[in-house]
Design a protein around this ligand. Sequence first.
Ligand code: BJW
Ligand code: ZN
Length: 262
Amino acid sequence: MSEGRTRAPDPLGRARTLLHDAARVVVLTGAGISAESGVPTFRAAGGLWKSFQPEELATPEAFARDPRVVWEWYAWRRELVARCVPNEGHLALARLALRDDRDVLIVTQNVDGLHHRAAREAARTADHRRAIPLELHGAIHRDRCAVCGFKTAGAAEVDVSDASTLPRCAACGGALRPDVVWFGEALDPETIDEAFDAARAADLCLVVGTSALVHPAASIPAATLHAGGALVEVNLEPTPLTPLATVSLRGAAGEVLPALIG
Ligand code: BJW
Ligand code: ZN
C-alpha cells in the first residue's frame, strides 16, 4: 500500500460499520454460539451427530419406532443444557437487541434456551422481551403430546429405563415427546414467516455459528441479501454462506461478538 493512502478497514472494522449503520438487524444463530457454553454442536468434530445417527434419533419415524432410545438422547441433552449458562456471545447479542436505537430480532435454530436466559441476564430488572429469540426448532425443556399437541414444561429428569416409564400426556394419555422440530417436520408457520419477514426488511443479517446446511433456516440470510441488505458471518470455519457474505469474521462467537457489538 502506498504511503498516504487510507488503509482499507479490517473485516471487524467493516462489520462494525455495517452494524452501526443498520437500522434493522436480523440475527440467525446456530449450535456454534452455544459451543463455548459447553453445549455440543451437531456436525463439528466431537459434535452430537458424530456419535449418533441423526436419522435414528431426530425424526418422527425414529420416535415411532423406539421412543425410549430417542428419549434417552434428549434426556441426556436436557440435563446437560440445564447445567450450561449463557456465554459472552449470547450476552453481547442480548445487549444489541435491548438497545432502543434499532430493531433487532434474534432468530435461533438452537433448542437450548440460552438466548432467553441471556436476555434476562442482560436486562437485569428491565424489560427483557426485546431480546427474546424466535426459536425455529423448538425448545428442549418443553414436552409436546405426539397425539393431541398439548404442550407442557418437561421434567428435569426423565426416567428412560423402560418404555413404560416414559412421560405421558396429562390431557389424553398419549406419548409426550420433546417439543422440537425433527427432520421432515414443518416448522411453525407463523414463526418461520416472522423470521423471513424480518430478514427481508433487514439492512443486515448477522449469522453466527451455523453450518447453514439445514433448511429452511439456512435460507434466511439469502432473503436479506436478495432484498439488498448485507450479510456478516461469524464462524470458526467457512460455510456455504461464506462466498455470499459481505464480511466473514473467522473466530469464536464468544470473542468476536463482544468485539463487534461492545
Ligand atoms: C462456531 C463455534 C464457535 C462451532 N463460534 N462458530 C432444502 C434443501 C435441502 C433439504 C431441505 C430443504 N428444505 C428442507 C429440507 C429437508 C431438511 C434439511 O434441511 N435437510 C438438510 C440436512 C439437507 N429440513 C427439514 O426437514 C426441516 N423441515 C422442513 O423443511 O419441513 C418441510 C415440511 C413442510 C410441510 C410439512 C412437512 C414438512 C426441519 C429441520 C429440523 C432440524 N432439526 C434439528 C434438530 C432439532 C432438535 C434437536 O436439537 O435435537 O435442528 S437438526 C440440527 O441441525 C438442529 C440444528 O438446529 C440444525 C442446524 O445445525 P447448526 O446449528 O447449524 O449446527 P452445526 O453443528 O451443523 O454447525 C455448527 C457451526 O458452528 C459450524 O459451522 C461450526 O464451525 C460453528 N462453530 N463452534 C463460532 N465457538
Ligand atoms: Zn395429548
